[in-house]
Write a protein that binds this ligand. Structure first.
Ligand code: URA
Length: 425
């Protein structure tokens, strides 16, 4: 097998054979295929696609590159959720303890933010003492004793994906549906969850900008999961505007705790409950009521135990950025647009995100919104507050915020987007 013939096959719009796929993934993981060769192949895949047979084999080869976990020793059924990434998407934080409070075991192997979308681990690391890195044994122990665990995926899980994702990130080849689907599903299948709910984001703040692409990604992933024996369902959800009122690490933890305390923004509560219902259904738990578990404090109890089990202090004061800058409404009327991508970029530029994998993030940095699309605003009232420890970042963040919103005269028609757009099973 030689790598140039594999690249040429895909360059010339051919179908990769199972042997070519198995070999190239294995040889790349071992370092026999060079980064520049794999990036040529990734670009050929981005441009010419892969069919479902190729995607299934590619996913299987990435799973085979590492270990597979197993939760058979647990007494509860397992349910996991994966979001394709968005702005203000803190849903995993209230969702994992909520679903655990309703009777499932929730193993959430999560990632860090890169670019304008935030990462669950970065958010939780703003809680003093909390540790993302657990051994497999520790992870199983937290899951068994509290019902939920949110931690970093170990190095042994789909190492081919780890290497390939880092390469795609710097070669403009992230946005390929076959590569995204196989990347996400290889990790989820290797993780060993019994059921999986996919939150496929659609809109300016998401990888998938339109509903057709989101549908294609969702149905590809549902087929991969189902064919591997994982009960898999996808919701397509709106990411044209940020979720909730915050984008930034500690800011989003604060908002998640509000949701667990029975409050919080309506869109975050709606999506958390919708995903919880799907996870419980997929796990075969029929008689639980997630709305009740939020209202009666049982989800909050699991959150506190889960945070403490990973070294965090659930009562600690969360970090606050040193500097704030308030942006006010330029005129009175209705806020008709607040763009998820622009707000995500502003939060990132303020220090909430990173440009390179090894960069640190600021716990307190981000954007706090004071109005959402559909709200009536008065000229001069605060629209949003920018938070950072490094005030020289304000100017760059303001460039992103400048075109992020529209205020139209009162009486202008406005229809809010639904949060859940479609369900694919
Ligand atoms: N998340 C992943 O894990 N992989 C991708 O390719 C894109 C988003």
């Amino acid at each position: 097998m030689d790598v140039i013939s594999v690249i040429r096959t895909k360059r010339d719009r051919g179908e990769l054979s199972p042997e070519q796929i198995d070999w190239v993934i294995d040889a790349y993981t071992r370092g026999e295929v060079a980064d520049e060769q794999m990036s040529a192949l990734a670009m050929a895949i981005l441009l010419n696609g892969m069919n479902r047979t190729e995607i299934a084999r590619w996913t299987a080869a990435m799973i085979a590159s590492g270990e597979r976990m197993n939760f058979d020793s647990l007494s509860r059924p397992t349910a996991d959720k994966h979001s394709t990434g968005g702005v203000g998407d803190k849903i995993t934080l209230p969702l994992a303890p909520l679903v655990a409070a309703c009777g499932a075991a929730v193993p959430q192997l999560s990632g860090r933010g890169l670019g304008h979308t935030g990462g669950t681990l970065d958010k939780l690391e703003s809680i003093p003492g909390w540790r993302a890195l657990l051994s497999n044994e520790e992870m199983l122990n937290v899951l068994d004793t509290t019902g939920a665990v949110i931690c970093a995926a170990g190095d042994g899980l789909a190492p081919a994906d780890k290497k390939l994702y880092a390469l795609r990130d710097v070669t403009g080849t992230v946005e390929a549906i076959p590569l995204i689907a196989s990347s996400i599903m290889s990790k989820k299948i290797a993780e060993g969850t019994g059921s999986l709910v996919l939150d496929v984001k659609v809109g300016t703040g998401a990888f998938m900008k339109n509903i057709e692409d989101a549908r294609e990604l969702a149905s590809t992933m549902v087929a991969l999961g189902t064919d591997s024996g994982v009960k898999t369902v996808a919701l397509l959800t709106d990411m044209s505007t940020p979720l909730g009122l915050t984008a930034g690490n500690a800011l989003e933890v604060r908002e998640s705790v509000e949701v667990l305390a029975g409050g919080g923004p309506a869109d975050v509560v709606e999506l958390t409950i919708a995903l919880a219902r799907e996870m419980l259904d997929a796990a075969g738990i029929k008689d639980a009521d997630p709305a009740k578990a939020l209202a009666d404090g049982s989800a909050m109890d699991v959150w506190r135990r889960m945070i403490a089990a990973q070294g965090g202090d659930p009562d600690a004061t969360l970090p606050v950025a040193r500097e704030q800058h308030v942006i006010t409404a330029p005129s009175s009327g209705v806020l008709t647009r607040l763009d998820a991508y622009d707000i995500g970029v502003a939060a990132w530029r303020l220090g909430a995100g990173r440009a390179r994998k090894e960069d640190p993030v600021q716990a307190g940095a981000g954007v706090e919104l004071h109005a959402k699309p559909g709200d009536t605003v008065t000229a001069g009232q605060p629209l949003m507050t920018l938070h950072t420890d490094t005030p020289e970042k304000f100017e760059y963040a303001l460039e992103s915020v400048a075109g992020s919103y529209d205020v139209a005269p009162a009486g202008t028609g406005f229809t809010a987007n639904q949060i859940v757009l479609e369900r694919i099973a």
